[in-house]
Design a protein around this ligand. Structure first.
Ligand code: ATP
Length: 488
């Protein structure tokens, strides 16, 4: 569950949101009707960036690791799935309303925010004991106790400034709908709140058909839906989002070693992608979910503070065991090495594609203000940049456009490249900086004579002359995932 929520958006986040909208990355959903809260659409460059991130994750899991395969399960699942998983009974967040502002909050988040504030103000002990008290109360499902904690601590609504709170109530986050064409025949089904269950119910199918031996993993990328109580901070917390989850099936008793392995491996992945280590930290969960015996988050320092991007959970055999009970179908694996049948334990790594997208955008957004130049650019790792190169004839005549299009033909089947011949070259460079294109290829009169072009590098703005015949190799080298994989 969520750690902290800062009301409002800070200035840097606002700049990033408007940049994302203005330059074709993310728009509010159905904006012509004033949008739909916590639902967003990805634009021309956004979808490229998101697809690159998803592909990078997918290939990391299914290629770099040699014992993980993928699946693509449906969003709708048999409703008993969600009984077995515990979501029908306990996928809840505690909510509370302020009677004066009529604003709704997550009660746990209010307390955690307050504790974090105390810690920042030098009252670390008090903050910690407050967080511990909250964990105890949530564990005991003592909602009145949580309310008392909020009132006794004098926690106020940031909008009204009062402590006039309602009771705390549990709120189930699953969206439901009807399946079946006539009302009488229809039954309630859910939009999946996590992709993991699609993996669990297919555990034996995959194990048998892909001939996997424990330890092995199943990876999946897909949409998940949660009716979040408070949905703010842009694409950080959405009601419809995408998850990239991997369940790693292991022999019981080995879970702590594998948990440590995956925590380490996933952290390395974030570093290999270029996220500075100072902006990442691990956070161990105080309150464990009903299925876990150990859990931690990898947090990133967003403009609104350190927040979860990825969860690593030791899920025990909870899910498979529960599906075995509810379906009355054995979910066991025969381990030939030890000659035993058992229900495997599971380590899960779970990251939101949209949250990773936001992390990437925050990391990349750079405002440069020096005496001789001032510009904004997106410093994406070339392997995930939406557009790899822009081909720009310096003038729209003398055969330069034709030469530019020839270069386009050389590159377009392997890379996402664009061609642009309108406006001054300076303006076109600036535009490519704003969408994070690592290379601009300028075609000039010399190109016609000696088949060379100028490459202008996004981060340094330096230019160099290279032969057209070298372009493909250069771009391939800079944008290859291999460079990231080699760091893992
Ligand atoms: P949070 O604490 O932020 O509510 P969670 O602990 O409920 O998240 P998990 O159930 O562990 O999240 O989900 C795994 C990952 O899915 C999270 O690390 C996050 O990247 C992503 N995720 C979860 N909820 C959302 C959401 N509402 N919008 C976007 N991404 C989400």
């Amino acid at each position: 569950m969520a750690k902290t929520e800062t009301p409002g958006e800070n200035a840097q986040l606002k700049d990033i949101i408007s940049h994302a909208k203005e330059y074709g990355f993310v728009y509010p959903s159905s904006e012509i009707y004033d949008g739909l809260q916590a639902v967003y659409d990805y634009g021309a460059y956004g979808v490229e960036l998101k697809n690159n991130l998803k592909r990078l994750w997918w290939e990391t899991m299914t290629r770099v690791q040699d014992n993980i395969v993928g699946i693509d399960a449906a969003i709708f699942m048999h409703p008993t799935t969600w009984k077995a998983s515990g979501h029908v009974d306990s996928f809840n967040d505690p909510m509370i309303d302020n009677k004066d502002s009529k604003k709704r909050y997550r009660a746990d988040v209010l307390v955690e925010e307050h504790a974090a504030k105390l810690e920042k103000e030098g009252q670390a002990e008090k903050g910690k004991s407050l967080t511990a008290a909250l964990a105890r109360l949530l564990e005991a499902e003592d909602l009145d106790g949580v309310r008392d904690l909020i009132t006794n601590e004098g926690i106020k609504c940031p909008i009204s400034g009062t402590s006039n709170w309602t009771d705390v109530r549990q709120f189930n986050l699953m969206f439901s709908t009807q399946v079946g064409s006539v009302a009488e025949d229809s039954s309630t089904i859910y939009l999946r709140p996590e992709t993991a269950q699609g993996i669990f119910v297919n555990f034996l199918n995959v194990q048998k058909t892909a001939r996997m031996k424990v330890p092995f993993g199943i990876a999946q990328i897909g949409k998940a839906f949660r009716n979040e109580i408070v949905a703010r901070q842009f694409i950080f917390r959405m009601r419809e989002f995408e998850q990239m989850e991997m369940q790693f099936f292991i022999r019981p008793g080995t879970e702590m070693d594998w948990y440590a392995y995956w925590a380490e491996t996933r952290m390395k992945w974030h570093l290999a992608l270029g996220t500075p280590s100072a902006k990442l930290k691990k956070h161990d969960h105080e309150k464990l979910a009903h299925y876990a015996n150990a859990a931690m988050d990898i947090e990133f320092e967003f403009p609104f503070g350190f927040k979860e991007v990825e969860g690593i959970h030791s899920r025990t055999d909870f899910d498979l065991k529960s599906h075995q009970e509810f379906s009355r179908k054995k979910q066991q694996y025969f381990d030939p090495e030890i000659n035993q049948n058992y229900i495997p334990y599971v380590i899960e790594t779970s990251i939101g594609a949209d949250r990773l997208f936001l992390l990437t955008l925050c990391n990349a957004y750079t405002e440069e203000n020096s005496e001789d130049k001032s510009r904004t650019y997106l410093k994406f790792h070339p392997a995930i940049a939406p557009v790899k190169a822009a081909i720009l004839p310096i003038v729209k005549k003398d055969g330069l456009p034709e030469k530019g299009k020839e270069i386009m033909e050389l590159l377009k089947y392997d890379f996402n490249v664009i061609y642009e011949d309108a406006a001054s070259i300076g303006k076109r460079y600036a535009r490519q900086d704003l969408i994070g294109t690592p290379f601009c290829i300028a075609v000039d009169h010399q190109t016609l004579e000696d088949n060379t072009v100028t490459i202008r590098h996004r981060d340094t703005t330096e230019q160099e002359r290279v032969a057209i015949s070298e372009l493909h190799g250069r771009i391939a080298e800079a944008t290859s995932f291999r460079r990231i994989f080699e760091k893992l």
